[in-house]
Write a protein that binds this ligand. Structure first.
Ligand SMILES: NC(=O)c1ccc[n+]([C@@H]2O[C@H](COP(=O)([O-])OP(=O)(O)OC[C@H]3O[C@@H](n4cnc5c(N)ncnc54)[C@H](OP(=O)(O)O)[C@@H]3O)[C@@H](O)[C@H]2O)c1
Length: 199
């Protein structure tokens, strides 16, 4: 398979590339230093990426930004970051990518634990992650030509615990490789409309 992986240089993206790279061709995309440059917060940039990459068998996203801040301090502009980047960025990958994914191919989006298990300062992340999982359930009903779509919803990664651990007291981190396996299930399996919980 030819797999377009957005966010390939990140903690999650590198693990997904390591899991799938031995069996498939990975086209790495991110804002800088990848095979293809893309900013998922910009629709024109996504359009240009698909024009450059051409037909693929799978689109997988391991990117997506949200702002963490106490609810009393979260501004509309800060909410807009998560809506434009992690949520609509990934929705746009599906909207613009439908025509580029071959029959029976797949989309795999990234959400996260906070939709079901909230923390302080996580209101934007919880909202965006829940929306991604809901979008996936619904889009699966309508995608044409046997196209499939799933999301991966991991808890904190062990590899990120030093950076984010203080926000996630009491959560048991998982190796990021476990989240990469969920991408494998989505891309190499047959299911659609699923959210793979990794915790
Ligand atoms: N870390 C965790 O513990 C954890 C747990 C659950 C869920 N998640 C979710 O997993 C996703 C990835 O997290 P991560 O920790 O692996 O992040 P990360 O290490 O910061 O990596 C982010 C990746 O996405 C790319 N990127 C960032 N903004 C982009 C944009 N606007 N357009 C295209 N590419 C972009 C980055 O490369 P460039 O800078 O070159 O663009 C990089 O390749 C996020 O959505 C996060 O919420 C993370």
């Amino acid at each position: 398979m030819k797999i377009l992986l957005i966010g390939a240089s990140g903690t999650l993206g590198k693990a997904v590339a390591a899991e799938l790279g031995a069996r498939h061709e990975i086209v790495r995309a991110s804002r800088k230093g990848a095979d293809v440059q893309v900013d998922i917060a910009k629709v024109d940039s996504i359009r240009a990426m698909f024009a450059q990459v051409g037909r693929v068998d799978a689109v997988a996203c391991a990117a997506g930004k949200v702002v963490f801040a106490p609810l009393s301090e979260l501004s509309q502009d800060q909410f807009a970051v998560g809506l434009n980047d992690k949520l609509m960025g990934q929705v746009s990958l599906v909207l613009l990518g439908q025509a580029q994914v071959r029959d029976g191919g797949s989309f795999t989006l990234i959400s996260g634990v906070l939709s079901r298990d909230p923390i302080r300062a996580g209101a934007s992340a919880s909202m965006v992650n829940g929306a991604i999982d809901a979008f996936v359930r619904s889009a699966a009903l309508e995608l044409p030509r046997g196209l499939r779509i799933n999301s991966v919803s991991p808890t904190l990664f062990e590899e990120s615990a030093a950076a984010y651990g203080p926000f996630f007291r009491g959560f048991k981190p998982v190796p990021v490789a476990h989240a990469a396996l969920a991408f494998s299930r989505s891309i190499e399996g047959a299911q659609t409309g699923q959210t793979y919980i990794v915790e």
